[in-house]
Design a protein around this ligand. Structure first.
Ligand code: ZN
Length: 66
């Protein structure tokens, strides 16, 4: 089981209605989902935050940069 987790949930996250955590059976699916989600967050959210994907213990964490 691989999880995609949104680490820091800013106001945009709450407005977006996204799930904070999603599970996948397949690692490739999880990575694909993490990257799609990250791109969406970077292009459609407030623009004040910069998101990137980090792999930690079989999970993909969407982290917020400065
Ligand atoms: Zn934001």
């Amino acid at each position: 089981m691989y999880k995609v987790i949104v680490e820091k949930q800013c106001g945009c996250f709450k407005r977006s209605g996204h799930e904070g955590e999603t599970s996948f059976e397949n690692k490739d699916d999880a990575l694909l989902h993490a990257n799609e989600r990250k791109n969406e967050m970077n292009s459609e959210w407030c623009g004040k935050h910069n998101f990137f994907v980090a792999e930690e213990n079989n999970d993909f964490i969407i982290k917020m940069g400065e």
